[in-house]
Design a protein around this ligand. Sequence first.
Ligand code: DLL
Length: 436
Amino acid sequence: MASVIPGFHDERIETMPRSELEALQLERLQRTISSLRANVPVMAERLEGLPDPVSLDDLTSFPFLRKPDLRDNYPFGLFAVERDQLARVHASSGTTGKPTVVGYTKDDLTIWAECVARCLRGAGVEPGWMLHNAYGYGLFTGGLGLHDGAEAAGINVVPVSGGNTERQLMLLEDFAPEAICCTPSYALTLAELLGERGPTSSLKVGILGAEPWTNEMRTSIEAGLGVVAVNIYGLSEVIGPGVSCETADRDGLVIMEDHFLPEIVHPETGAPLPDGEIGVLVLTSLTKQAFPVLRYWTGDLCSITREPAPCGRTHARMSSIVGRSDDMLVIRGVNVYPSNIEHTLLQVEGVSPHFQLVVEREGTLDTLAVRVESEHPANSSAATALGQDITARLHSALGISVTVSVEAAGSVPRSEGGKLSRTLDRRNTNQNRGTS
Ligand code: DLL
């Protein structure tokens, strides 16, 4: 793996003493709340009667903003500027119905690019390097978000976007970029194909995010692509990629706290949780003009620490996302997080990082099947033994019985360029009731 050193894009802000940072946050929070009261009628109504915050702790007296609020005000009902002030809109990847629309002024785009530039420099990407940007360009914030951030940091971008894997492999070989960004599942797809053709020598850093991934997956990607793989986090509702990112030290994701105020709250009660405890990440934007969000309930589960990082950064750091409060599977009354399963699977020797969870309903009982891949021929005694081992491990990790099928390499769906859903929930489909 290449050795890369974290750099700074804006060292003064990134290492600002916490007392100064918190004073800045409070001032910006007060400004954001004034803008919501003055410019967003729906929010003005919600905030009526609530006194303005005089300390950051007062934030907890404000209501959460949740995804359905965005849908109810589709498309532009929560924007704080007129349409002619918008420079761009993006929309989040909804699986059903209308997307969630978010807007940016020109200043918002500048701030976003600054945040992403910090992420890239912290990850060890240097000005003058080439970045192969395989995040999707379009309504999704990944492609354009990383693109603008790279340009702001003086990094040259190959705007390849997602998909067309053969072309990606050709460009990786011909252009010899030092850095790549894409989803971790797509990084695995590329690593696998590159592995078949011999290792690539040019890549040093991968900036991967937009979906959950584990340290075990990181190990496979780093080995396959020869990169230091860092985790980048963000969501359209708050700005897009660049809310937080690991540095090349990979010691927690540094939150751009001068722009986004983090809280961790209890998933059911919404009560604040202390640093170090896992709960739902709630984010407040502090500088956004077009679409300010107050206490946005991300649904993403993680913990935070406010200890300064070894590299001198003073902003809070979050753990990797361990799951979502809403993608938890309830199987026969037991809460099952896909990340738990992934963690267990990737500790088993001989199991590839590709797997799929299939949930079905048989009569009134939910069943969970786990499809994994191995190099052993299907139905061989080695494959059977592996299946038994995994079944036992999952039983002890989850507390429920699951069916494990060990399949040939290449059987389980791969990312073809974007986010990969590893769970196929067939509980509510006709097919499941046997009528298809
Ligand atoms: O996925 C923004 C993004 C693009 C982030 C490129 C990183 C890189 P959305 O499509 O709105 O935005 O999806 C946001 O994706 O609430 C998380 O559930 C998940 N997510 C994003 N980054 C990570 C990550 C982009 N590093 C939703 N780890 C979020 C785990 C992530 N989950």
